[in-house]
Each structure stands twice: as C-alpha cells, then as structure tokens.
Design a protein around this ligand. Structure first.
Ligand code: ANZ
Ligand code: ZN
Length: 799
C-alpha cells in the first residue's frame, strides 16, 4: 500500500488550489467571505496562519453546501516598516514590499488556501491608490475633509516627524534625541458627523459583544450639561459634567494646562504651568500622580455662590468637553485624591440610603447614586432621578445647558511620510488649496527618492513638489503628506469585487450585488480603528450613491491569540514557531488540523509540538484506512447489529460535523471525525474489508476535506470520491435512536429535548439550558440535576 507522503501530495495540489476562480452559479446563493488582509512584513506568522485556516476551512464547507463563495486575498502594502527598512539598510521600499509579498503569497499557497488570486489587491499599486485619491477628492467636495493644526512628534536632530511607535520613552528611535511636540497643519476626515449613526447601527451587527462594546466606548457618547462658573474677577469658565446632581458639592475647579483662559488669569504663573505641561505630555492617561498649580483667581460655584479655587491640572484634557471640570471630592475618586493632596474641602451632597456620610471620616469618594443633601430644593430626592430636573433648573436659570459629548475625534489622515498615497492637492500662491482634477489622477509616488531619515523624502523631491496650479497654471507646490494606511483598508473589500475596474473604484451594481460581506474574520486588535473607519467609509460611500448598504461586515469572528509557553507568540518574547518550519516538518494539513483542533477560534490557542505530532499520526491512520478500504483485500459480512450501529454513527457524525462547522466549532467537529475513525477501525479489525467500508471511507474523506484539503484531494482523486457535496445524514435514524427527555425547571415544565444513550448528564443539562435559553432569564446557580433516563430532566435552580 502507498505510504502517506505529505510533501509530495502538498506539492502536487497547491497550485491547483491557488488557481481557484469565483464561478457564479445563478441557481446557488452567493456568500462573501473575507479575512483581514495582512501587512507584508516579511513572512506569515502563526496568527495569520490561524486566521486563514479558519477562513479556508469555512469556505470549503460553504462550497460543499452549495454556495458560490467570494474569497479574496490582498496586501495592505503601504506603511512605516518599509520606509524604516529603507532608512536602516537602504533597500527600496517598493522592492522590500514586493519581495515580502512574494514570500507570504507562496506560504499562503503552500497552506492550501483557495483564494481567488485573480482579484488580488496590493494597496501600494497605482491602480489601487489612485482610487484612494479619488475618494479623498469626493470627501473634500462633500466637506468631509478639512485641514487644521494638530500636534506631531518632532525629532529636532533628524528634523523629521515621528510616528508614535517611533518614539521610545520620549526619545527618537534613531538618534535618541528628546522628542518635541510641534503643531502642524494636517488633513482630517469628519468622522464625527457620523458618530450618532455609527453608534446606533452597532445594534444591527452580528458581531462579538466585546467588539461592540469597544466600539461604543471608542465613540464615547456622554449626555451631560455645560455649566457656567463665573470668575471672581470678570468673565467665566464653562465645565462639562455628567453629574449635575453633585454641583452643590463642587468645592474647586480644575482646568487643562492648555486652556486659553490661562492667558488671562495666570500670566504670572507661566513657568509653573509650562512645567505641568511637560508632566502631562510624558504621562499616559491613567497613570501616576495628579498634579495641579493653584491659580490666584477664584471661580464662583453658581448654585452655592461660594468662591472656589481653580487649579491648572495635568489630568484635565483640553480636547474633551470644555477643557475644564468642576471637582466634587466627596463623589469622585480622582477629585477625592486631589483634594487630600492639596488639602481642599470635601462636601457631601449624596448620602447612601439610610446613612449619613461624615466628610471628615470618609476614606474614599462615594460614587454611587443615593439621597441628595445640602442641595437646596433638591434635598431628599434620588440623585440619579433628579439629574434631568436639575438640568431643567440650570437651563431655566440660564446657568447651563444640556450637551452631548463624544470621545470620538475627527480622523487625522495626514502622515509626513513617503510610503503612502500622496494626498491629491496643490498649494498655489494665488488660488490657495486646489484639488488635483480627477482626470489628472493618479498623483504618482515618485521613485528614486533618497532615504536619509531626515525629513519627509517627498519634501526634498523637487520633481514631485514643484508643479503647476490646475486652476491658473502658475507655479504651485504639491501636498507632501501621504494618507494614513487605514484609509487603504477602509474600502479594499469593495475593490475585491471589481478589482480591475479602470473607470471607477468599483461598479456600484456589482458591489450592491455582493455587499455586505457575509462573514469577516480577523484579529481583535482591529476592534476599534479599522472596524470603525471601514464602517464610516461605507456610510459615506452610501451617501455618495455608490453603495446601498451602510454597514460593511454583517458577521464578524475575532480569533484568539496564539500562545506558547504561557505568553503571546511574538518576536520580542522569542517564542515564535515559524510557519515555514510547520509546513516543512509536518505539512499544511497537519498544521491546519492542529490549529483548528487545539481550541475554538475565539479562544487563545496554545502551541504544542505534541499536539501537531498527534495530528500527523491521525492523518497517517486516516490514509491507511482509506487505502485499505479501496484495496483488493477481502472482508466479512457485518452482523446486522454492527451494521445498524455503523449507520447511526455515520448519520450522527455527519450531523455533528455540519452543525459544528456552521458555528465555527471546528475542534469538536474534528473530535467527532476522530471518534468515527476509531469506531470504523475497530470494525475493520474484526471484519477486515467489510462491504460498507468503501462507502464509509468515502464519507470520512468528504467530512475531513474542509480541514485537510491536500490529503483528501489526493484520496478523492485516487478513488473517485466526489468532494463537491457535503455528505448527507438520515434524520430519522438519529431521531429513532433518541429518547425524549422532558425538562423541568423548579418543578415547572419547560420543554423537551432528545437524548442519545451515549450522552452524559452534563451534556444533557448543557443542551437543555441552551435550548431553553435558561441563562437569559435565570441568573441563579444550578445546584442539582436529576436525570431519570427516558423521562424527565429536572433542573433545580436556586434563585
Ligand atoms: C463633576 C463630576 C462629579 C464628574 C462626579 C464625575 C463624577 P464621561 O462619562 O467620560 O463623559 N471630565 C469632563 N471633561 C473632562 C476633561 N476634559 N478631562 C478630564 N475629565 C473630564 O465623563 C464626564 C466626566 O468626566 C465629567 O463629569 C467630568 O467630571 C469629567 F461625582 O463632573 B464630572
Ligand atoms: Zn493657482
């Protein structure tokens, strides 16, 4: 019998898998399956391998179930690492990028991934980035792109702008000079005008709850009130608060060290405030000490009339709210700590029910809701319920007004970098900012620039910078900023659908036919930026009339991390397992199988050499069995009882694998196939090549195909096994073997489930809870279960 030689088999089939095209059979349903495209950093890592294995397995499963599946791949090819490599070792960013792509693509092909390579996208190619420029012009036309000053990191010795990741502990990554903050005119997209819609539509998405929550927090909608605090001298300072119920307890005020009012009221404290600014810059948000500089001018609490001190403080952000806050030490942790440090009065205005707080004895702020005290006519009310009334009162007295604040900021898309999409505008002395006309696109990224590490190479490229004004033809200068690469990844899923279009980024008719993406798969690290920007883009394109849908990704799966020796697999931890080594030593099928078997996709996956070796042994046994089944070896007749059992096992396994694959439960699906193989092997040991073994092996090959495409393809070819259809099961056989079990919860009849004789009590309980969605309405603990076979599953729940 032929030995299982994975090297030979995988070499034989990889080009076949990579030559797959999207064939649209009009009688079948379309499905758009998408994985996040990689940054071409050099080689695939295990995180990529996991992501793509999940996708390809699912794709093959969908196809076997009669879908036309769109399954593209591309490369997010602009970005800083290519430019850093150019600065460090003189390689051309384009060459560096393309050689990385070549390497990664060949690894992807070795993995047996069946992408439709004829629609590949490489974002650094002109025929892609010209459409970035086109979109930029549309945004500009719609008033959604604008310029304003924004801070950047500046290395005074390299004379260059640094990305945040090029700043290490406040120093330049190259020369270790102290980094300065400068203010530069830069381009922004008005994502904030879509904030409300971005928030509301989260509800419509079939995404993991934690991702939805991260998006909500990122958008950060806060309903509160803006309140005027008069200054004892003249004028006033406004604060934003979500807790007007604590206004009577505001015993001091804190303002950002960048607040404009400081120019007027703190001229004599400039130096102290400059020092504070430095502290604020180098500190990360949540960390370390809160510092303040007490100003000589006081403010007046508008409801108590009391004069209260004002501090310039390092924890107040200028960019949020009004850049000033009222501080209520009795009811806010941060304010409490600050009050203790600077010895400021604490006044209780909310008491816990049935208790009177003593400000002298308080060890920490009381932040919960409670009964209002020391607050005039609002005394005795529930603090939370009174909020709205208090705002009405403030509005009536013209002391404040309702306001909604968002954490979301407009999207800064300017990068002072070479390796990106040039922003298509020119600066003319006469006409000002002039967009490059559509018919002059693309503004090409010049080649042969020098990478010295000093400044933006584009600025020094005279042929690029010097141009003519498209309006008046007088000499003008090109914008040298390039686009943030998140711009590229905000619409690539649309380009895939019509990747060769020369006249438009995509044909709306085609896009509308396949959008939204039915299933998106990728890393949780993109929960906010990429997934927010892509949603924003989609909404703008909808409003431009290019798309019908306002949401790009219907369903989202975020895979967990790959772990080794207890830590995330990463270069810096030195615990990386190379994809090349896996493919070389164990093969693609074993690698895929291990990845899918070791844990469910959303969970972390612990790498184990033993685990992958186990998969190799399994594949060998599988190969041997199928070879044997189709050999000339003779066998005995199966006794009726065994025959029935085999039939039942086949139906059950097919159903289980199908159900599990639908839900991305690859691990349990593979376990079921393994069990079936074990069972069949036992029969084979007893009855040798029994009559049903061929048919059984055929089903095994079909079941395993989505997971391990190479070995199954080879066997399918040798023994003429069709792989275009998922095997079918007999529902009747499954049903008739099951017993009806009635579910009772706390004595009440809830429903029925069907139990196999092999299922344990715990299995049944799980099933019952799932079926009756019991977790949803009962939060109590399940203390006891009684299982009387064939009769009643009694779930006793303690409330
Ligand atoms: C008084 C107060 C009393 C507050 C209290 C909280 C608790 P979110 O939900 O995040 O919007 N705040 C407002 N602007 C700020 C800024 N620029 N920098 C730092 N903190 C700022 O939170 C709103 C609350 O965050 C506001 O309500 C304000 O503190 C603070 F018992 O005002 B609060
Ligand atoms: Zn001009």
């Amino acid at each position: 019998m032929k030995e299982y030689n994975f090297k030979e088999i995988e070499k034989k089939w990889k080009d076949f898998f990579a030559s797959q095209k999207f064939v649209e059979n009009p009688s079948k349903k379309n499905f758009y399956l998408l994985e996040m495209f990689p940054y071409p950093s050099g080689a695939l890592h295990m995180g990529h391998m996991r992501n793509y294995t999940i996708g390809d397995t699912y794709k093959r499963f969908l196809e076997m179930n009669g879908y036309n599946v769109i399954y593209p791949m591309g490369y997010d090819a602009f970005g800083l690492p290519a430019e850093n490599a150019a600065i460090k070792s003189g390689v051309d960013p384009r060459k560096w990028t393309f050689s990385n792509i070549e390497k990664m693509m060949s690894q992807q092909k070795q993995m047996g991934l069946s992408y439709q390579w004829d629609r590949v996208i490489i974002t650094c190619e002109e025929n892609y980035y010209r459409w970035n420029q086109w979109f930029f012009l549309k945004f500009l036309e719609k008033g959604l792109a604008y310029r304003k000053k924004a801070p950047i990191n500046w290395c005074p010795s390299c004379k260059t702008v640094l990305a945040n990741e090029q700043v290490h502990n406040g120093k330049c990554w190259r020369c270790e000079a102290e980094v300065e903050i400068k203010s530069l005119e830069q381009w922004f997209l008005k994502i904030t005008s879509y904030a409300e819609e971005l928030l509301n539509d989260i509800e419509t998405l079939d995404w993991p709850e934690r991702v939805k929550l991260q998006q909500k927090n990122w958008l950060g909608k806060s309903e509160g009130v803006r309140i005027k605090f008069p200054l004892e001298t003249e004028g006033f300072v406004e604060v934003f608060t979500t807790r007007p119920d604590t206004l009577w307890g505001a015993t001091f005020m804190a303002i950002s060290c960048n607040h404009p009012v400081l120019e007027k009221i703190a001229e004599n404290q400039k130096e102290e405030i400059e020092n504070l600014k430095k502290i604020a810059l180098t500190q990360s948000e949540e960390e370390k000490e809160k510092h303040g500089v007490k100003l000589s001018v006081k403010a007046i609490n508008p409801v108590t009339g009391e004069k209260i001190p004002i501090f310039a403080a390092n924890f107040v952000l200028m960019e949020y709210g009004t850049g000033a806050i009222m501080c209520v030490p009795a009811h806010d942790k941060r304010d409490f700590a600050f009050a203790k440090k600077y010895n400021l009065p604490v006044r209780v205005v909310i008491n816990p029910p049935g208790e009177n707080l003593n400000p002298e004895k308080m060890q920490e702020a009381y932040v919960e809701e409670g009964i209002i005290v020391n607050s005039g006519k609002f005394n005795g009310k529930n603090s939370k319920e009174a909020i709205s009334e208090i705002i009405d009162f403030l509005e009536e007295k013209k002391l404040g007004r309702r306001e909604i604040q968002w954490k979301l900021r407009d999207w800064l898309i300017s990068r002072q970098r070479y390796w990106g999409t040039p922003i298509p505008v020119v600066y003319c002395e006469k006409c000002g900012i002039v967009p490059v006309p559509e018919n002059e696109l693309p503004v090409k990224l010049p080649q042969n620039v020098r990478f010295t590490g000093s400044g933006n190479p584009l600025e020094k490229c005279q042929e690029f910078v010097n141009t003519k004004c498209p309006k008046c033809s007088s000499p003008a200068k090109r914008e040298t900023d390039t686009l943030d690469t998140f711009f590229d990844s905000s619409w690539y899923f649309l380009r895939y659908l019509d990747s060769k279009n020369e006249n438009l980024p995509f044909d709306p008719k085609i896009a509308n036919k396949y959008m939204p993406v039915d299933q998106y798969i990728g890393g949780i690290e993109h929960a906010t930026m990429h997934l927010i920007y892509a949603r924003f883009f989609t909404k703008v394109l909808r409003d431009l009339g290019l798309l019908k849908t306002g949401e790009p990704f219907k369903k989202l799966l975020c895979q967990g991390m790959v772990i080794k020796d207890g830590a995330k697999m990463s270069k810096s931890k030195g615990n990386v397992v190379s994809v090349d080594d896996i493919l070389e030593n164990y093969g693609a099928d074993a690698g895929r199988l291990f990845i899918l078997f070791a844990s469910p996709p959303e969970r972390d996956l612990e790498w184990s050499d033993e685990g992958i070796k186990g998969c190799v042994r399994f594949l060998n046994r599988f190969w041997q069995l199928v070879q044997f089944a189709f050999s000339d070896e003779k066998g005995e007749k199966l006794p009726q009882k065994e025959k029935d059992l085999l039939k039942l096992n086949l139906s059950r396994t097919i159903k289980k694998v199908k159900d599990d694959l639908k839900n991305f439960q690859f691990n349990t699906a593979i376990a079921a196939i393994q069990e079936l193989l074990n069972f069949v092997q036992k029969l084979k040991n007893l009855y040798s090549n029994f009559e049903e073994l061929k048919e059984t092996s055929k089903i095994l090959v079909q079941l395993l195909h989505p997971f391990a495409p190479f070995i199954t393809m080879e066997l399918a070819q040798s023994f003429e096994i069709p792989l275009n259809k998922f095997p079918e099961y007999d529902e009747k056989i499954i049903k008739s073997s099951q017993k009806e079990v009635v579910i009772q919860v706390n004595g009440k009849l809830r429903g029925k489930i069907f139990a196999n004789e092999s299922e344990s009590k715990d299995d049944l309980l799980k099933k019952a809870l799932e079926k009756e969605k019991i977790k949803k309405f009962i939060t109590g603990e399940i203390v006891k279960t009684v299982y009387i076979p064939g009769k009643i599953l009694n779930i006793v729940v303690k409330y």
